[in-house]
Design a protein around this ligand. Structure first.
Ligand SMILES: *[C@@H]1O[C@H](CO)[C@@H](O)[C@H](O)[C@H]1NC(C)=O
Ligand SMILES: *[C@@H]1O[C@H](CO)[C@@H](O)[C@H](O)[C@H]1NC(C)=O
Length: 226
């Protein structure tokens, strides 16, 4: 008797979910994330999972997959650099939700990929739900862009510490002049003498500076010679 009513409840539940697609159950606050080489990135998602007294939808195996469709934690390329975290699920009588984070430290260019969160639930045996969408991570190198504000005087140049995509937060830039730290500063450090060499880094990731520019032969990116 008990079994039969629970089976009926189960069927009703399945019918109430026309497409068992976790695509709609997993969302990402941002679909593109940019981070400098050497830094640590936190990619987050939010999931919701229906709850039903007749079936056990306990969420387990919360994992992140890269574009290669490999559980990032088991991928030797990421060894020792990956952490998965999930908040304690918050449940109502018919839904549970939680936030999960993938952290990758010491970022490399090869970490640029699309990452997807997946989880399994105990349902009819075990079902795995994959989210259709993911988060695209771009690991960026820094570059110093040089321009000349004074056409007749190429001894003075304007620098910009440039990354291929917008860095999260408001990073502090470190400027390196002639191989020595020239202190903390802005993305645009003002007008400087072109007879020195310059490179920049993001504070906290000083060991990943941009290549050096200038030293008497500035390579202008925006003016024609003469
Ligand atoms: C659901 O199934 C899992 C694995 O069998 C078990 O650990 C858990 O206690 C079950 N939860 C409920 C509410 O029955
Ligand atoms: C998930 O994160 C959002 C935004 O930070 C927060 O409002 C919400 O309470 C979190 N949910 C859980 C279950 O931790």
């Amino acid at each position: 008797m008990k079994l039969r009513s629970s089976a009926r409840g189960f069927l009703a539940f399945l019918l109430s979910l026309p497409a068992l697609k976790a695509d709609d159950w997993i969302t990402y606050p941002s679909s593109n994330v940019c981070a400098p080489r050497g830094s640590t990135v936190h990619i987050s998602c939010h999931y919701e999972c229906p709850r039903n007294p007749n079936i056990n939808l306990t969420v387990k195996d919360k994992k992140w997959f890269s574009q290669r469709d490999v559980d990032v934690k088991t991928d030797t390329d990421y060894a020792g650099r990956v952490e998965y975290k999930c908040s304690r699920p918050s449940c109502t009588s018919h839904i549970c939700n939680a936030n999960c984070t993938l952290s990758i430290s010491d970022l490399r260019q090869s970490d640029s990929s699309e990452y997807k969160f997946r989880f399994k639930t105990y349902q009819v045996g075990i079902l795995e739900y994959a989210a259709g969408l993911g988060v695209t991570l771009s690991v960026t190198d820094l570059e110093v862009k040089v321009s000349s504000p004074m056409r007749n005087n190429p001894s003075w140049v304007v620098l910009e510490c440039h990354s291929m995509c917008g860095l999260a937060g408001n990073p502090t830039y470190i400027w390196i002049r002639n191989g020595q730290s020239a202190g903390e500063g802005m993305k645009y450090p003002g007008i400087v003498w072109s007879q020195y060499s310059y490179s920049c880094a993001v504070k906290g990731y000083e060991h990943f500076p941009s290549p050096s520019v200038c030293k008497s032969t500035p390579q202008f990116t925006d003016i024609a010679p003469g």
